[in-house]
Design a protein around this ligand. Sequence first.
Ligand code: ME8
Length: 683
Amino acid sequence: MEENKRFYVTTPIYYPSDKLHIGHTYCTVATDTIARYHRLKGEEVLFLTGTDEHGQKIENKAKEAGVTPQEFVDNIVEGPRGVRDLWKLMNISNDRFIRTTDDYHVKAIQRIFKKMYDNGDIYKGSYKGKYCTPCESFWTESQLKDGCCPDCGRPVTDAEEEAYFFRLSKYADRVRDLLENTDFLEPRSRVNEMVRNFIDPGLEDLCVSRTSFTWGIPVDFDPKHVVYVWVDALSNYITALGYENDKYDDYKKWWPGVNIVGKEIVRFHSIIWPAMLMSLGEPLPKKCFGHGWLLLDGGKMSKSKGNVVDPYLLAEMFGVDALRFFLMRTFPFGSDGNFSNELLIQTINVDLANDLGNLLSRTTAMVGKYFGGQLPAGSGITADESQLASLIRMGSTVELTAPEGEVDPVLYDAQLVSAASALRNIYENEMEHFAPHKALEEIFKVIQRANKYIDENAPWALAKDMDANGDRLAHVLYNLLETTRVCGILLTPFMPESMAKLFSQIGAPAEAQTWDSADLWGSLPENVTVTKGENLFPRVDMESALTELEAAAAEAKKATLPAIELEPQLEEKVDFDTFCKSDFRVVKVKACEAVKKSDKLLRFTLDDGTGTDRQILSGIHKFYEPEQLVGKNLVAIVNLPPRKMMGHESNGMLLSAIHTEKGEEKLHLMMVDDSIPAGAKLC
Ligand code: ME8
């Protein structure tokens, strides 16, 4: 057990400008898995997440919603199905949650800003540049891509204001050294990106205050300025430990920590953040890991594009652990990956239902069926296996192959024991290198080996002669329980709730669920009580699940549409004479019927005051049944040229009012008072 080791890990603090989506969930689940892994190892862990609540974008959003910025963020963070609820649902084990509107943070930021001002690293100047409002980022001309924001591709605006600047340029050499000569920033490919794009062209001083809006932390010695949102946000990693405030008192205990962030904000975390800490004279972060993006149809998923995937929907349909697992198993942590519902369902079915689910259910079912739920004494680890396991644990490689075609049950045992005994070290190495996807790949190799072991040993055949094969059968089943246990321990950071159920089904006591015991083959007592419980990972029917998801997504989309949408008014003007040429008349419906073979058309026979019936066809059957309209006084334009529709001539057009409500088209025929005679002109 690695005692007294401390691990402080953070996610980005997310903008509560909208509900969070699967991309944010991905990063938070990954960080949670890493935090849980360190706890499993017996380390003392502090896991921080939170929300980044200031800035112009939030101010604008609140204005649009007609509420104050504070009300706006309160609702998204604390409200129903908000950020806090989402992390509770996803079983996120954060120890702290920081909101940048928290009082203690606000005060600490003012002190941090003042400290850098006092030491000469912040000075007053005038800012001229390009600003991207959605990204809250200032850019220089040379950084723009086709004249637009290099991060989001949207247009930027010219901005000039009196502003405070941070002497970022002063720290260029030290930051370059940090990036190039240490393993601070990972994956390594991001180092080249940062150096080439930002350090090589020359680091410019950074504008760190704004006067163009007010939703931010005021600079206390010059309150018409608010602190630039990134200075405010980045500092959260230390204010949440009590830096320059007295809400907490464990800054010295926890800092420096590990910052896990998405690749698009690596620039802020690997250049600006270290430079700020250098200026403050504080230790630099231990690591910045820049993970990849979940893409949708090859493009970025983003709140502002509106093409986001709702984690609530997926967790509710497939289960929290299945979703957590999918995110970690499918996408290499440092790279981008394409999200799709098909991939999610396929991963659940192949890895969880087939491989892990089958191993657990077949093993527990057989212990129940052949031994009444408890294996006999002597079924556990053999002396040879014990020796083999310790050799493997110490890193020896042991040749374990039989001549082609030879059946050797002891060799099967040895292969399984050695695969499972080597697993914890391999897993640890991957997890330490922020490669949870590779750690999972290794676990699943062992699970697949165990399933193969079932087929090799054919327990059902052994069970036919219990007198002759009972001992062998019991040992086979013990080895399967043991493999399940070892994999269960290592899967716990990924699927905590399901693995607790798995331990209960195989009867593993607490001491056989520990990190140490994952490396000690034979830790499961022989006589545990095994129960075949609920199926932990039911198979998902691809087609019906996809249909259900589509319907739910359509429903959700409807709910986010504005309640009522009106047709936009036309810009083009018509002169009065042109308008007067349109002849609108009151018409009385004498008869109305649906046109055969048409879903839409109704055929009206109308009294238009001329003494001759007028026929008009109108595509409004979706909205009215013919019998509803007979006898009604409507309005028609009567001087349109005749038009043939489904073989009938239509002489004019009935007027109606149209709009969209919750995404659905609505239509109301213009009806006028019954007392108005047919033929009356409207003008
Ligand atoms: O940038 N795929 O907040 P934010 C993977 N407030 N991860 C994604 C993702 C996707 N499609 N979309 C978002 C901010 N993320 C600042 C951070 S920190 C001091 C301030 C994840 O709400 C990813 O981790 O835009 C990304 O970096 C983060 O959410 C951005 O969240």
